[in-house]
Write a protein that binds this ligand. Structure first.
Ligand code: V55
Ligand code: FE
Length: 491
């Protein structure tokens, strides 16, 4: 029996697994460096029940929180549903009650006014707390030891924003959490709430401003001086949503913008600078100050990378025809009319990572996922756009120097996490889940967590941790070291 639509959202690494696992010790091939001690948390969208609509998309699946716990050269694995209000209601009903992605007008009448968020995008650690986030709602707090859901988080009743980004930024020196919510004032509102929490987790600032159009703002960046929102013309429309249609439609004819303000400033100081027309980006790699200049490095594409956001905009562009690159936008803030100067740093790709200590600072290296032009065999089906990335890149943005880690034929790879090394001069480690086909059946693959020397990725993994089961696609992951886990506020 399979009641799931046979679309890209439910096959390959998107095959519903819906399996909770209590900690299980895993087999390891190779040697996990003893200094790797902590937890790799992953946000995994999965389906508890078949969807109400056949055009359901993977971004709408219920959040699961997974943990690879690594210590003393050994690893264990656990995964649990996030008990969002939505998931609990659906579990009680024994079926789906919520309709299309970010469209409350398609829900079962019994859940009108209930919290729709699925908390499926990024595990976030800040000030001793673990959260699961989704940009259309508030974060849910999770107990890092048991993975049990503690509840919806609103900074002790202080947060006004109805939403909380899946991509906050933590300043490595101050420990402050910089974050925002868009559609902060409700469905299709132009409101952005810009917030700062101090190193102890207290909300110390929340200011609201409006964006020029109602775009999907998946990520933002900070530098030592600025808070920066690059925005792209994939827009929401309330009439379309009320008619049961898609939340987002890409507009190839409208410009992008960069909103930039002093990071400790007043939102009235924000400047909007027009950028290229029709482009799209979901993740910025990093940004940093360079005298009066600001550099913003983005995973940029010439149209929206999600097929359903292009189709909703009436665009007929095949996935393989999308062009892009790791792109630097430089803005001279001392100019009378600051403008964007664009340069290309590296090949197209996404799901980027920098070392935590490099956040918002000049940086010497970044890692991201891409398509290997020399790959033997087609990409593994799955992930939010229907095909998984099949290689890992390391780039030195100042010089453009590139290295690649290839995968076995037909394998896919998920976003890497970075683990600092205590050895002087050692660049640390990357942790990344790799899915390796067992047979031509796209649901039949082996999932492994690879441990890779961060500055020698071409050498491949030093250890392969066998998950013992095929894992559903993650979105983002986060590494939390043992000292932070030991200081957790929960439990
Ligand atoms: C993204 C992911 C989402 C989402 C919106 O990677 C954008 C982009 C996993 O959910 O809801
Ligand atoms: Fe993301």
């Amino acid at each position: 029996m399979n009641a799931y639509p046979q679309t890209i959202h439910f096959i390959g690494t998107n095959t519903p697994r819906a399996e909770e696992v209590t900690p299980e010790v895993l087999a390891v091939e190779g040697t996990i460096p003893a200094e790797i001690d902590g937890a790799f948390f992953r946000a995994v969208p999965d389906n508890a029940f078949p969807p109400l609509f056949d055009d359901e998309i993977a971004l709408s699946a219920d959040g699961m929180i997974a943990r690879f716990d690594i210590s003393g050269g050994q690893a264990s694995y656990a995964i649990k549903w996030v008990d969002t209000e939505r998931h609990v209601l659906e579990r009680e009903a024994g079926r789906s009650l919520f309709g299309r992605y970010r469209n409350p007008f398609t829900d079962d009448a019994s859940v009108a006014g209930k919290d729709r968020t699925v908390a499926n995008t990024t595990p976030l650690w800040h000030a001793g707390r673990l959260f699961m986030t989704k940009e259309d709602g508030r974060a849910y707090e999770i107990d890092p030891a048991t993975l049990a859901t503690i509840g919806k988080f609103d900074f002790g009743g202080r947060l006004r924003s109805e939403t909380f980004t899946a991509h906050p930024r933590i300043d490595p020196e101050t420990g402050e959490l910089f974050f925002f919510g868009y559609e902060a004032g409700g469905l299709c509102s132009l409101d952005i709430a810009y917030c700062i929490a101090d190193a102890e987790g207290n909300l110390v600032s929340e200011q609201w401003f409006e964006q020029p159009y109602c775009s999907t703002i998946h990520d933002f960046v900070i530098t030592e001086k600025y808070a920066i929102w690059p925005i792209f013309p994939t827009l929401a429309d309330l009439d379309r949503i009320k008619a049961g249609g898609p939340h987002w439609a890409h507009r190839q004819d409208l410009p992008s913008y960069v909103g930039i303000m002093p990071r400790y400033g007043d939102v009235s100081e924000i400047t909007w600078i027009e950028g290229p027309v029709g482009v799209s980006c979901f993740h910025e790699v990093n940004a940093f100050d360079d005298g009066d200049k600001v550099h913003i490095d983005l995973c940029l594409t010439d149209t929206n990378a999600f097929p359903f956001m292009r189709e909703a905009g009436g665009l007929e562009i095949a996935q393989q025809d999308i062009r892009g690159g790791l792109t630097r936008w430089t803005i001279d803030m001392s100019a009378s009319e600051p403008a964007i100067e664009q340069s290309i740093l590296g090949p197209s790709g996404d799901l980027c990572r920098v070392a935590d200590a490099d956040q918002g600072r000049p940086y010497g290296r970044a890692w991201y996922l891409s398509m290997n032009p020399g790959a033997k065999g087609p990409p593994l089906l799955g992930g939010p756009v229907g095909a998984n990335f099949n290689c890992l890149l390391r780039i030195e943005p100042q010089t453009g120097k590139l290295a690649m880690m290839e995968l076995p034929p037909g394998a896919g790879i998920s976003e890497p996490a970075h683990v600092v090394s205590t050895e002087p001069g050692h660049g640390g480690w990357l942790l990344s889940v790799v899915d390796i086909p067992n047979s031509p059946n796209p649901a039949d693959y082996a999932s492994e967590l690879w441990v890779i020397a961060a500055d020698d990725i071409a050498a491949g993994p030093v250890a392969r941790i066998k998950a013992g089961r095929p894992l559903r696609s993650q979105v983002h992951g986060s590494w939390v070291d043992r000292a932070k886990l030991a200081a957790a506020k929960a439990g």
